[in-house]
Each structure stands twice: as C-alpha cells, then as structure tokens.
Write a protein that binds this ligand. Structure first.
Ligand SMILES: C[S@@+](CC[C@H](N)C(=O)[O-])C[C@H]1O[C@@H](n2cnc3c(N)ncnc32)[C@H](O)[C@@H]1O
Length: 209
C-alpha cells in the first residue's frame, strides 16, 4: 500500500501518529460541512445527544454549543479518536456535559430510548451493515427522536478517487431513504448543498401508535 493510501486509511479507523494527524485535519476540514448540515435541524436546548463516529470531537463541541443545557455523548471504535475527542472536550467532560466511549455503532453501549438526537458526520461510509446499524441507532433513540446524517460525498460519480483510496461505501439520498425506512424511521428529509457534493438527511424514530 502506498504511503499516501496508508495515511488516508486513518479516516476509516485512526491509528497511531498518522491517526492523530488525520483527526486534527478532519476537525478543521469537516467543520464547514458539519455546520452547514447542523443548520437544518432544531436542537432542544436540553437535548441528550449521541455523536457516532465522533473522530476528533469537533462535533461534540458544536453540539454542546447548540444544546447549552444538554449532554453530548460521543462514541468511536478507534481508541485514538476517543482520546482526541476527550482532549478536545476536556472542560465539558469535567463539567459532566460530555462523555466519550469506545464502541462500535453495531453494538452501542446504551439502553433503549436514551437519546433525543443521534448524529453521524462523515462516518456511515465505513459502517459494516447499514440496515443493522441504522436499527441499532433507532434502538437508542427516544420515540420521535431524530437521526441526523451529514456527508461530504452525496454520490459516487466524481468521487471515484476517494472511493478507491479509502474503500468507501457512498450512499445517495435514495439509498439512504430506502434503508432508513426499512430500519423503521419515518419523516425522512434530504438536503443537498448547491455545490452538488454535500448531503444531509434527517429521519425520525416512529412513535407508538
Ligand atoms: C472520516 S472520520 C469522521 C470523524 C468525525 N465524525 C468528523 O466528521 O470529523 C470517521 C470516524 O468514524 C469512525 N468509525 C468508522 N466506523 C465506525 C464504526 N463501525 N463504529 C464506530 N465508529 C466508527 C472512525 O474511527 C472515524 O473516527
């Protein structure tokens, strides 16, 4: 594997020094996309939020700003990401407003119905089983809770270099809508940036009838 390809593999699961460098880079470079996406959702000030695949923790920080009386949990399966997210959000962790845990999306270490909002920024490309993993997200959401997905790559066309380099699974809004419906979500809403590249999707966990 080339040195460049091996460095970029740190987007999938940050490891070692290269992983630390990549996490700093992602905190800076993903933020415009994340802020654009977050402008599409209302967040109750006291929301309980879960950021899945939290990487370097920039979005834990963004979400804490949006929910000033809330609490934000981060999970990531990479120990290097967990460490970086903890360092980035040290103050909020000490105040009991944030908590970061090592875990895979496929088996979240939370009870059913714990969260008002679950977020996934630039991470679903790597999830091993989209339907199962979306169902697992649904499990930890409260009834009528919101699942928010934000991606910088909205379609495979034009992203071939990254798909090959990072071994990404890129999903269109149609793919995501179909799997979200199958996983039991409703009220699905997709927003595309005028740049033709960015996509964010919101979906609600159905309440009991
Ligand atoms: C491209 S980075 C994005 C990080 C951050 N969300 C951001 O927007 O900058 C993807 C992150 O998702 C994590 N990740 C990938 N697959 C995962 C899984 N199955 N469970 C938990 N975390 C996962 C990786 O370890 C990595 O930190």
């Amino acid at each position: 594997m080339s040195v460049l390809k091996s460095f970029f593999q740190n987007t999938r699961k940050p490891q070692g020094i290269g992983g630390k460098l990549m996490l700093s880079r992602m905190n800076a470079r993903h933020n415009a996309n994340a802020r654009w996406g977050l402008a599409h959702i209302e967040i109750p000030p006291a929301a309980r939020i879960l950021d899945i695949g939290c990487g370097g923790g920039q979005n834990i920080s963004n979400l804490l700003d949006r929910a000033p009386q809330g609490i934000v949990y981060g999970v990531d399966y990479s120990p290097v990401s967990v460490e970086k997210s903890k360092r980035k959000n040290k103050k909020a962790i000490l105040q009991g407003r944030a908590k970061v845990t090592q875990a895979s999306v496929s088996s979240l270490p939370f009870e059913d119905g714990e969260f008002d909002l679950a977020t996934a920024f630039e991470t679903i490309y790597f999830w091993p089983d989209l339907l199962h993993d979306f169902m697992e997200v649904g499990r930890v959401l409260k009834e009528n809770g919101l699942f928010f997905i934000c991606n910088e790559i909205a379609r495979p066309e034009g992203a071939e270099k990254w798909i090959e380099m990072l071994n990404l699974s890129v999903y269109t809004k149609e793919d995501l809508s179909r799997v979200l419906l199958e996983a039991g979500f409703c009220g699905i809403s997709c927003h595309e940036h005028p740049n033709g590249k960015w996509l964010c999707v919101t979906a609600q966990k159905a309440g009991r009838t």
